[in-house]
Each structure stands twice: as structure tokens, then as C-alpha cells.
Design a protein around this ligand. Structure first.
Ligand SMILES: Nc1ncnc2c1ncn2[C@@H]1O[C@H](COP(=O)(O)OP(=O)(O)OP(=O)(O)O)[C@@H](O)[C@H]1O
Ligand SMILES: [Mg+2]
Length: 638
């Protein structure tokens, strides 16, 4: 059982007021009023006694009568100010005008003004002390019993020590927190409850405080840690009080074990780190729609830094036609309803419109009241574009099949026209007529090539690897696009150092080469006049010792700016706006990879661009049939 020290323990936060008055009745009621307000009151009935009490107690404020039997209260106030200038002094006067010598005091209060005025003055002069309101009747009226009950029931450890740090008293919670029984603690040095590395520092700062009154200077930046009987460190929070007994200085520490709080802080920090590192945008807002939390994912997705957007309405992320939706969502959230994943639209800082998948949940406080909403948003723009591209490629496949059918149907009448021209050419006609017939025959031949090529893109049974000549494929592609390119004033040069014998999927290789040729033509539409296509046998430039074929497509067109070069092979990267899907090079690269080849680009802005494809003569591995998604423009057999 814990024994209480004889001297009353001063709770850390109750201010001590010294009342000095030679009128016993006056002082008695003043004391009751102040105690009922939670102040600890010391009483003196003469100036001499007042000085004694003032000297030996940590008095926070003095209330003294102006006129006392033998001394003026103002004289005593002057003496007190010389001793402890920071302690405020209030003079009680019988008149409404400032008494003589009032400059020694901090304020004067007329006795006739009533207790409220005095209490008000006291609380303004004690601005930093918070006073615990006692229950009706006040602490002092219940005396030591009350303190005993408090000491025994409070969950914080309360330890009293003398100026040599010897433990004089410890309440029951001290054992719960530190593990020591009373007999182990009493008389021991307080430092037994501290880790070794803090002990010397503590002794020095107590010493300093005892001699200079300077508080805690050496403790700045030190997070207090206790040490329990098992040698484990415990994070603690400490508040100190001081009192005097028989001229000896005593200290009381109230020590709170904050391990749980620290643990909660760690868990909170861990959760915060998870939120912070999420790729999804995680946004908190209050019920007025004001942003209260903003993770890195949100920063990446929407382009606003946290400090830029916190405190602003979350609605700045919405396009104007969705503002209505936001107020509906907030009202649903206010009723505690969440919203599961749904598609929506948001606007980034740079004005980009983003397709997002959004989940919204209410945020509740500890009492279950809804205080705001958390939004998790995932950027679906790429997914939506891929879906669009897939739809486009399906449309292209349909268009391709249609074109093949038309080409097939044209072949019949075309044959008839070719036959008619053949017959006409044999007839006896004028020289001019024969010239016309030859011109018509050339055009019909071209139509024939085009229909053959259109069908070629679709030929059934062509899929899968077979030996082929790259030069044949290029001829076919140029038959289709050559005229259009030449009409731009571009000279096409074909340089076939070899036929380019390869084992490849003809349809896929045709797609690779036509993507490169069409890109070159589009660059030449802006600038330049030369397209060079070069085919030659070559070893693999990656040094694998493999033989193969290299095909270069070079133009002296607009070139590619350095800053976009790393994006060329990304899906959807295009500088052609609506006219490009940005899938050409992505598909090209995928198909070259599928054939175990490689693709390189060299470009100088304003000078021109060269794409080089290397394809091995023979495949190392049989290609896997589904290495790339059905790319745009790759038509199914019709
Ligand atoms: N020969 C070239 N000269 C200049 N820029 C080029 C050349 N080839 C490609 N590019 C640049 O690379 C970008 C991506 O090309 P890619 O073929 O992938 O897409 P696209 O041509 O824009 O669209 P599409 O999907 O219709 O082919 C082009 O928008 C263009 O800016
Ligand atoms: Mg292209």
C-alpha cells in the first residue's frame, strides 16, 4: 500500500495564489471563492507572514489588501517584486481610484466590485496556466482523502522526489508502468527509471535548475524515455510540479506511458506511406467538398502539387457539366452512403480530360459521424484508348474484308476490259488509236496490280512463316502507295543489293514495311523530296553472329525532335492529331520483336529520318502466335 507524503501534493496545473489580508473574515471568504475556482490558496494575515510564505513557496500570483495594520500592502508588493519580479500582484482597495504606490502592483481591484472582477483579473494575469475546475465544494474542502483517491485511481504514474532525486512517493500506477514495487522505489534515485544515456543529462539539468531556476534547457530536443524493471524503454510524457516543505524543495512528476499512442502513430505512418505510394490517386475532402488530403498518385495523375490544391474545392477537377454530380455525391456521402467503382471524367491541371474509374467512401470520425469522403481514382485513359483502338481495328478488319471482296469482284470485269483492249490492239486502227489503247492497257494493268495487292493483304492461307523476298513485298507496297508519294514531288529510290530472302509471316512483314513507308511519306508531305529503300544481306548488328536481312527506309523529311524520340514506340504516341492513332510504330516494333529481329531509328530534325529493320534469315524459335494484341490494320483473312 502506498503511503502519501505528509505535505500536500501540488497538482502540476493548479496555480498557487497567496492572499494577504489582516481581516480574518475577508480573507476566509476570498480563499473559499478562489479554491472553488480550482486555485490553490495560501493565506497570510500580515505583511511579514506574507513575505515568509512568498519566499518559501512557488507562488504564482499575490492578492493583497492595500492597507494593513502596520504596513502598506504596496510596500510589501515592492519587496515581493524585488524578490520575484515575474509574479503578478493585485492590490485590493477600498476606493475606485489607484492607491498610492500602485506602481508596485500589476493591477488594483476595488473591493466593492465583487468577486467576478477579481477572478477576471486573476485569470488575465495568469494567462498560461489552465486551471482545473473542481467539483462544487472545491478540492481543499475534501482535503487529503481526495488526493489519495486520485493518486490511487489515476492511470498516470505520480512520483514525488526530493532535491537529491530520491523517490519519496510513488502511486500504484508507477508499478504498472515501470514494474517496480514500492519498496524497490522508495528511497531510490529517480534515474533508475531512465535509460543510462539520459541519467547524467538529467542530473545536470536538475542541478542547474536548483541553482539557477533555469528550466529544461538541457532537455530540449530530448524525447523522454523511461526504463522499466525489465530493461525495456518506454516512451513517456512528463509534467512537473514543485512544492516546498519545511524549506526543502520537492518535485512531483506525472508520467504518462505513451507506448500505445506511439504504436498508433507508427501504424498511422505505415498507412500513410501505403496511401502515399499508391499509383491510384487517393483524395480526401470534407463535406463542403474541400480537399483535405492528396497523395503522390493524385499529384501524378492530375498535375497539382498537394500544397497547391489542399484547401481548394475538389470540384476544380470536374468538367463544367459534371459539377451537378459532385453536389449529389456529397449529399449521398453526408448520409453515409459510398459509391462503388464507376466510370467518370476528370480534368487535369493542364486541361487534359482523363477517363477515370472512381470509388468514393465516407470518412467517419471516432463517433461514427461522417466528416468527409475519400476518393480513389484510377486513370483509365490508356485502357479507354486501347478499347477504342480495338474497335477501330475491328472496323478496319471489316473494311479490309469488304475491300477484298470488291477487289475480287473487279477482277471479272477487269479481265473482260483487258481482253477487249487486246483484241482492239490487233485490229487495223490509226496510230493514235493504238497509242490510246496502249495507255488504257497500262492503266488496266495498274488496276490489276492494285486489286491483286488489296487481295494480297487478305490472302487466306498466307498466315504463318514462309520463305519470302523482302524486295517483292516492298514492290507490292510501292505499287499501292508509290503514286501518292510521287505526287508529293518525292523521288523513290529502291536499292536492292539482295532480294532479302527471309522466313517470315508475309502479312506481318508487309505491315511492318508499310508502316515505315507511310510514316516516311507523311514526313515528306511536310518537307523533303527523297525516299530511299535499301535491302541488303547483313549480320545481326547486335553481334549474335546471325545472318539476316537489313531493310532501311530513309527520308529527308521533317525529322523527329529529340525530346519525343523515347516515346516513338509507345502506344498512342502521335504528333498527327486526329489523323494518327500512334499505333504504327508500336505494332511495327512488336512484329519485329516477334520475328526475333530488331528495329532502330536515327533522325535529325529538319534533315531526315532512317528506320532500319534487321530480320534473321531463319527464326531461332518458332514464333508464338499471340505475342502482340490484334494490332490495328492487321486484317483477318476474309
Ligand atoms: N519518318 C518519320 N519522320 C518523322 N517523324 C516520324 C517518322 N516516323 C514516325 N514519326 C513520328 O512518330 C510518331 C509515331 O508514329 P506512329 O507510326 O507510331 O504513329 P502515327 O504515324 O502518328 O499514327 P498511325 O498509327 O496512323 O501510324 C509520328 O506521329 C511521328 O511524329
Ligand atoms: Mg504511322
Amino acid at each position: 500500500m502506498v503511503t502519501l507524503p505528509k505535505a500536500p501534493v501540488v497538482l502540476a496545473r493548479a496555480s498557487i495564489i497567496l492572499c494577504v489580508d489582516d481581516d480574518a473574515t475577508g480573507i476566509r471568504f476570498r480563499q473559499l471563492i478562489l479554491e472553488a475556482e480550482g486555485y490553490r490558496v495560501l493565506v497570510a494575515t500580515s505583511a511579514e507572514e506574507g513575505m515568509d510564505v512568498f519566499r518559501s513557496n512557488p507562488v504564482d500570483l499575490v492578492v493583497t489588501d492595500h492597507l494593513m495594520a502596520r504596513t502598506m500592502g504596496t510596500e510589501m508588493a515592492g519587496a515581493m517584486k524585488r524578490l520575484k519580479p515575474h509574479v503578478p500582484i493585485i492590490l485590493l482597495t477600498g476606493t475606485n481610484s489607484p492607491p498610492e504606490g500602485a506602481e508596485n502592483a500589476d493591477a488594483y481591484v476595488c473591493k466593492g466590485d465583487g468577486p467576478d472582477v477579481l477572478l477576471n483579473r486573476i485569470s488575465t494575469l495568469l494567462p498560461h496556466q489552465s486551471v482545473e475546475l473542481p467539483p462544487a465544494g472545491g478540492w481543499a474542502l475534501e482535503g487529503e482523502e481526495r488526493y489519495r483517491v486520485i493518486m490511487e485511481t489515476m492511470s498516470d504514474a505520480v512520483i514525488a522526489i526530493d532535491q537529491h532525486s530520491r523517490i519519496l512517493f510513488a502511486n500504484p500506477s508507477t508499478k504498472k508502468i515501470f514494474g517496480y514495487a514500492d519498496h524497490e522505489l522508495l528511497g531510490g534515485e529517480l534515474t533508475m527509471l531512465m535509460p543510462h544515456y539520459l541519467r547524467q543529462r538529467y542530473r545536470e539539468s536538475l542541478e542547474r535548475y536548483l541553482t539557477t531556476g533555469e528550466k529544461r534547457a538541457a532537455w530540449q530536443g530530448v524525447k523522454p524515455v523511461g526504463l522499466n524493471k525489465d530493461g525495456q524503454e518506454i516512451p513517456v510524457e512528463i509534467s512537473f510540479g514543485e512544492y516546498a516543505k519545511d524549506g526543502r524543495r520537492m518535485f512531483v512528476g506525472i508520467i504518462r506511458d505513451i507506448s500505445e499512442r506511439k504504436q498508433a502513430e507508427r501504424e498511422h505512418a505505415q498507412l500513410a506511406a501505403i496511401v502515399e505510394s499508391s499509383n491510384d490517386a487517393i483524395i480526401g475532402k470534407n463535406l463542403d467538398g474541400i480537399v483535405t488530403a492528396w497523395n503522390k498518385g493524385a499529384e501524378r495523375m492530375f498535375g497539382y502539387a498537394a500544397e497547391e490544391i489542399m484547401g481548394k474545392p475538389a470540384s476544380i477537377l470536374l468538367p463544367p457539366d459534371k459539377l451537378q454530380e459532385e453536389s449529389q455525391i456529397l449529399s449521398r456521402i453526408g448520409h453515409g452512403e459510398g459509391m462503388s467503382l464507376h466510370d467518370s471524367i476528370r480534368v487535369a491541371k493542364d486541361g487534359r480530360v482523363l477517363s477515370v474509374g472512381v470509388t468514393i467512401s465516407p470518412i467517419q470520425d471516432a463517433h461514427g459521424a461522417v466528416t468527409g469522403a475519400s476518393t480513389i481514382a484510377r486513370d483509365l485513359t490508356q485502357v479507354k484508348m486501347a478499347e477504342q483502338a480495338l474497335r477501330n481495328s475491328e472496323k478496319l478488319a471489316v473494311a479490309g474484308r469488304l475491300a477484298a471482296t470488291v477487289a475480287h469482284e473487279i477482277n471479272g470485269p477487269l479481265e473482260a476490259v483487258a481482253n477487249i483492249l487486246f483484241l482492239l490492239d490487233r485490229a487495223e486502227l490509226s496510230h493514235t488509236a493504238h497509242e490510246f489503247i496502249h495507255a488504257a492497257q497500262a492503266e488496266v494493268k495498274r488496276i490489276g496490280q492494285i486489286t491483286k495487292l488489296t487481295l494480297g493483304f487478305h490472302r487466306e492461307g498466307e498466315r504463318g512463316e514462309a520463305e519470302l523476298h523482302a524486295s517483292d513485298l516492298i514492290d507490292g507496297i510501292l505499287a499501292l502507295y508509290g503514286h501518292r508519294i510521287e505526287s508529293l514531288g518525292v523521288a523513290i529510290e529502291k536499292r536492292y543489293d539482295s532480294a532479302g530472302v527471309l522466313v517470315a509471316d508475309a502479312g506481318e512483314l508487309r505491315q511492318v514495311l508499310s508502316n515505315l513507308i507511310v510514316n516516311a511519306a507523311e514526313a515528306l508531305a511536310k518537307k523533303g523530296n527523297k525516299l530511299l529503300i535499301h535491302v541488303y544481306d547483313s549480320p545481326d548488328w547486335r553481334g549474335a553472329g546471325r545472318k539476316g536481312v537489313r531493310i532501311t527506309v530513309a527520308d529527308n523529311g521533317c525529322g523527329i525532335p529529340r525530346e519525343v524520340r523515347h516515346k516513338l514506340f509507345e502506344p498512342f504516341f502521335t504528333t498527327k492529331g486526329e489523323k494518327g492513332t500512334g499505333l504504327g510504330l508500336w505494332v511495327t516494333k512488336s512484329l519485329v520483336d516477334k520475328h526475333d529481329g530488331s528495329l532502330r531509328v536515327r533522325s535529325t530534325p529538319g534533315v531526315g529520318t532512317t528506320f532500319s529493320v534487321f530480320l534473321p534469315s531463319k527464326l531461332r524459335h518458332p514464333p508464338s502466335p499471340t505475342l502482340v494484341p490484334a494490332p490495328y490494320g492487321r486484317q483477318e483473312a476474309g
